[in-house]
Write a protein that binds this ligand. Structure first.
Ligand code: XMP
Length: 179
């Protein structure tokens, strides 16, 4: 697997340090008395980010899972988001924090954000590990962003190409001949 990597953008150490900083920012936004926080990770790409993030969040919370697919098979061209498994928990009058791996074109966050807003939560915020600047429309934003990256397809730390490379401990760019 490592032989397929062109270069590492963020090491596992850099990732965990930044995730801890994000957790501190997020915790500051949700005082202790706000016990109604529900984290909604967008699966599958956010799983490792989520696992690290929640272990550094001190407040009481619940998880509500949603699975969205944007890529059909071995491609880096998004087909647009579609629901694979919908959210099962009731978020009405609850604080919701959507957690995603990357804000790229913004289609996924808009799609999920609109669906969740229709369920009347008390608030919706968004945390993403990575963001590609200037690709999403200006109204699709994230409240908490780990790193800004260039417009390159990245894998690792939960992000995949054709469902592979999620288990790389770092965020990396693949060699061109691996696509
Ligand atoms: P959009 O374009 O909707 O993208 O903002 C969101 C979802 O698409 C996936 N995605 C990527 N996955 N490397 C990946 O492994 C990338 O560079 C990349 N860009 C987008 C990802 O699942 C994200 O939730």
């Amino acid at each position: 697997m490592e032989k397929d990597i062109d270069r590492i953008l963020f090491t596992d150490r850099e990732l965990i340090e930044r995730v801890k900083e994000l957790a501190a920012q997020i915790a500051a936004c949700y005082p202790d008395e706000d016990t109604g926080l529900i984290l909604v990770p967008i699966l599958s790409g956010s799983i490792i980010f989520l696992a690290d993030l929640i272990r550094h969040l001190p407040m009481k919370m619940k998880l509500g899972l949603i699975t969205v697919s944007s890529y059909a098979g071995p491609t880096t061209e998004s087909t647009g988001p579609s629901i694979v498994m919908d959210l099962k928990v009731d978020i009405c009058d609850q604080h919701v924090l959507i957690v995603d791996d990357i804000l790229d074109t913004g289609k996924t966050l808009r799609f999920v954000g609109d669906r969740l807003a229709a369920r009347n939560p008390r608030s919706i915020r968004t945390a993403v590990l990575l963001r590609k600047p200037d690709k999403a429309p200006p109204d699709v934003t994230a409240d908490f962003v780990g790193f800004e990256i260039a417009d390159e397809f990245v894998v690792g730390y939960g992000l995949d190409y054709d469902d592979h490379y999620r288990n790389l401990p770092h965020i990396a760019v693949l060699k061109a001949d691996c696509y």
